[in-house]
Design a protein around this ligand. Sequence first.
Ligand code: FE2
Length: 220
Amino acid sequence: MSNVMVVGDTHFPACHSKYFDFVKSMYKKYRCNRIVHIGDLVDHHTVSFHKKHPESDSALLEYKEAIKDIEKWYKQFPRMSVCIGNHDERVVRLCADLGIPSLYLKEYRDVYKTKTWTWDYNFIIDGVYYTHGTGSSGLYPSFNQVKSRAMSCVMGHHHSIAGINWLVGPNTRYFGMDVGSGVDHNHVGFSYGKNHLKKPVVSCGIVIDGKFPYLEVMDL
Ligand SMILES: [Fe+2]
């Protein structure tokens, strides 16, 4: 059984500057021995179907900035399971739109120089389902997954939603945890949301032995 640290959406290079130290300290506090990134490792603000902000970097500069951040995390956490998020997939989706088969593309681990990280759409650890949550919605998105899958679920994707909900039956006990995110909403990549009243919850999740979820919120 594992003590799993769950890192929220980081959207490198648009991650909050204090998030790395925060996750590191929570990893230590809960004596974690596994780490899952819940997806949207990178932002890809400049590689998108949407119009980019006129003051944003070029795609190459954004990549270089993201790589600097990733390097730091990779050094600290050389074994990470990364859920593939909708922002991570932007290049793949744009290529698919142009009719380019994925065999022409590099693996995520090669693009981001993270040889020993494992990338997949979902992971099951100690009976708990970890996935990014692309396409999910609602007030408690991970709880909807719990009801559909009949198992405990952990999700990211909704930056301003963080919390834990329980579904307990006579012989079962499942939880749904939305882990918030690690993003800096002042970054130019998030300027589209500057008038939104709901801001990102900067937080991370911890799951002990597949049974006990904790949500830790960072002091901004
Ligand atoms: Fe995200």
